[in-house]
Design a binder for this molecule. Structure first.
Ligand code: 6PG
Length: 236
């Protein structure tokens, strides 16, 4: 595990964008699972401004989770990505594999699972992303696996339907087997509301395993935390 601490959220975006560009340049094709949340938004803005010239035709984008809403809804992770990145770069349409949040969740979880099984290389019998980008919620959730549904992590399925504990909003999420089969998993976590969970999870304090984010342990060993100083305040 590597821990990368930057002074501010913007510098996290800067360091992560540099890292991503290197990965994209060194691969023939790079399959990336994106995340929703506030930190990816800043990363997307940064990449749209400074990394327009990356050869995006070699990149395939997917979502690690999506809210079950139409792509025009302000809650849609896809919409956020279009506004902050996709509308500003040159990426072939066929390289963008969105979750159909507008469709019946159970059917969509199955369909999207098949998309991933068809598009990604299969390693250890499981589709393999080059990079999975994850956020972590204040409650220790990651992708859309929340503490009250932590069992979804061990699902035999590629994707599952999850329910947000407060709003009841349904989500499509990839499961633990996919996350831990990725070549690299990158956590992007910023802000002081995350500091306590970051400490509990990284230092493996008692009870850490009740948080889905603590189950992220890619078999490749390649797990990188990109934190700002606020999120890292209790591990320094
Ligand atoms: C989502 C996300 C979710 C997110 C965390 C962190 O669609 O809600 O993918 O898992 O990454 O909630 O979000 P923040 O960075 O906004 O705290």
């Amino acid at each position: 595990m590597q821990i990368n601490i930057s002074p501010t959220k913007l510098e996290v975006a800067q360091i992560f964008s540099e890292y991503l560009e290197e990965q994209i340049k060194s691969n023939k094709t790079t399959h990336i699972a994106l995340s929703g949340g506030s930190t990816p938004k800043v990363v997307f803005d940064y990449m749209a401004e400074y990394y327009k010239d990356v050869d995006w035709s070699t990149v395939h984008l997917y979502w690690g989770d999506e809210r079950c809403v139409p792509p025009t809804d302000s809650e849609s992770n896809y919409k956020m990505t279009v506004e902050h990145l996709l509308s500003k770069i040159n990426i072939p349409k066929d390289n963008v594999h969105r979750v159909h949040g507008e469709d019946l969740p159970e059917l969509e979880a199955e369909r999207y699972g098949k998309v991933l099984e068809g598009e990604l290389p299969i390693v250890n019998n499981i589709p393999q992303f080059d990079i999975v980008i994850l956020g972590m919620g204040d409650d220790g959730h990651t992708a859309s696996i929340f503490p009250h549904e932590i069992d979804l992590w061990d699902s035999k399925n590629t994707c599952e339907v999850a329910v947000h504990p407060d709003s009841g909003q349904r989500r499509i999420t990839i499961t633990g087997k996919l996350i831990n089969n990725a070549k690299t998993v990158a956590f992007l976590v910023t802000g002081n509301s995350k500091a306590e969970k970051v400490r509990t999870i990284i230092t493996k304090e008692e009870g850490h395993d009740s948080y889905p984010a603590s189950l992220v342990m890619p078999t490749s060993g390649d797990l990188i935390w990109f934190l700002d100083e606020e999120a890292a305040a209790q591990i320094n």
